[in-house]
Design a protein around this ligand. Structure first.
Ligand SMILES: *Cc1c(COP(=O)(O)O)cnc(C)c1O
Length: 466
């Protein structure tokens, strides 16, 4: 394929995308397939001879969409959304066309300087103080790994990067049981070790499922007494299972009293902070050292796009950054080279989709979507609570809540039947030892009618369970 053909086929792809999107409501959100079904449709030996692009494109259109779970489907209520506003898809096409590597300032000056601008824009949009700067990662997992690795190095006086961890004191990281598995992954891969992630107990009967600041303080003191070295605290705003929000102000006060750095994981809920009325959920965040949120979840910047705000990037650069001869920019030692803030060297031009998104939608447009989602989730919660046999298990935090139908086994059977039906898509978690169904409202194209279909579908399928 040459670039003339690319232009032709890009138009075909754009037309296909429009039609695909227009037909989403008529598709099941999740296909009813068994593992291995799709491979059978496409299995073939590695191609020796070139094939016509028409054939490949037709095979794609014929086979692939029917075997996909449709994240842009308006009735996707599972996990968290991965919204791709059309304007962010356009920006991705342009970034793809230049196919640059934004690892150093000089390898992509516009990408580098636009990254600084859009991180500032997002910081201001979320109401974070002006002394935060930051960078764009692929995922919250990478951001949290970077933050935890930095905690490790701060605790070791930046000796771990040279000496390794053998002979180092036992480092301890503190988080609530509600934090995401990316925190477990970060302690494992940073060499701190799973057994040194202290899951702090929750506050009794707390409607936001916060960790207990007094328990955090006690855990740190006990570790100090035992000769361990506390290294940092990871807090959650909007945990994945049920939306748990730690009492950020109180927990950071405890961390600071012990001189420990803090990282706030707001991967999902961070987007809602463009609405000032939700900011009490993370009150105190301005005192954090690091905050991550994913514009690729609720906000509408096509995956992947995760922003980490940092009060002082210095320690992270010291922990993560390398500048070998071949990555130096002669005469510009002070320049920001974002690869030094993160794990990979090569980096995509992710700032472009945020620049397009914020300019095209404006915060006003993005806010009204999120406000609708929260309001509709509450309506759906009330309608489900009124159904026979259904019980709300965790109340809405923003647009996420959970419910059960009769007992654990029946709830699981109902979820399976609902997802095989395909009109809506929901997923499960456990809460306080119970199997529950999660529902979040957040897809970009969802309407109130789509949301209110959920109680109807649940009621109908529950009534027909064998
Ligand atoms: C989605 C999510 C993550 C992981 O995000 P990735 O960008 O997929 O790594 C981490 N924490 C929370 C609270 C999340 O919702």
């Amino acid at each position: 394929m040459d670039h003339d053909e690319l232009a032709h086929w890009s138009k075909r792809a754009a037309d296909w995308a429009r039609d695909y999107h227009a037909g989403l409501r008529d598709r099941p959100v999740r296909p009813d397939l068994a593992p291995g079904d799709f491979r059978k449709l496409i299995d073939a030996p590695v191609p020796e001879q070139p094939e016509a692009i028409e054939t490949i494109f037709d095979d794609f259109a014929r086979l692939v969409p029917d075997a996909m779970t449709h994240w842009q489907h308006p009735r996707f209520f599972a996990y968290f959304p991965a919204n791709a506003a059309p304007v962010s898809m356009l920006a991705e096409q342009l970034a793809n066309a230049m196919a640059s590597q934004a690892m150093l300032w000089q390898t992509a000056p516009a990408a580098n300087e636009m990254e600084a601008l859009v991180v500032d824009w997002m910081r201001d949009a979320l109401g974070l103080p002006a002394d935060f700067t930051g960078t764009i990662h692929d995922s919250a997992t990478t951001a949290t790994f970077s933050a935890v690795t930095t905690m490790r190095e701060k605790a070791l006086g930046f000796q771990g990067i040279g000496e390794g961890l053998s002979g180092a004191p036992t480092l301890r990281i503190y988080a609530s049981a509600q934090t995401h598995s990316s925190v477990d992954k970060a302690v494992r891969l940073s060499g701190i070790g799973q057994n040194n992630l202290v899951k702090v107990a929750g506050k009794p009967d707390d409607p936001r499922y916060s960790m207990d600041p007094a328990a955090l303080d006690a855990a740190i003191r006990a570790d100090l007494d035992a000769g361990h070295r506390p290294a940092g605290v990871v807090l959650a705003t909007g945990g994945t299972a049920i939306g748990a929000c730690d009492d950020i102000a109180a927990c950071i006060d405890v961390a600071r009293a012990h001189d420990l750095p803090t990282h706030v994981d707001a991967a999902w809920a961070g987007s809602a902070m463009i609405c000032p009325e939700f900011r009490d959920l993370w009150a105190g965040v301005e005192k954090a050292d690091s905050v991550v949120f994913n514009p690729h979840k609720w906000l509408g910047a096509q995956f992947d796009c995760s922003i980490q705000f940092l009060r002082d990037p210095g320690p992270q650069i010291q922990a993560m950054g390398l500048r070998p001869d071949y990555l130096q920019t002669p005469g510009a030692d002070e320049i920001v080279n974002y690869n030094e803030w993160t794990l990979p060297l090569g980096r995509r031009f992710r700032a472009l989709k945020i620049w397009f998104l914020l300019r095209s939608e404006g915060l006003t447009g993005l806010r009204s979507r999120i406000r609708n989602h929260v309001a509709w989730a509450n309506e759906a919660r009330d309608a489900i609570a009124a159904l026979d046999g259904f019980e709300i298990v965790t109340e809405p935090i923003l647009s996420l809540f959970s419910f059960a139908y009769r007992d654990d086994a029946t709830t699981a059977r109902l979820l399976d039947a609902v997802n095989r039906d395909g009109r809506i898509y929901l997923t499960q978690t456990t809460h306080a030892g119970r199997y529950v169904i999660r529902m979040q409202v957040g897809q970009f194209d969802v309407t109130r009618e789509d949301v209110m279909m959920v109680p109807d579908v649940l009621n109908e399928i529950a009534g027909s369970l064998p």
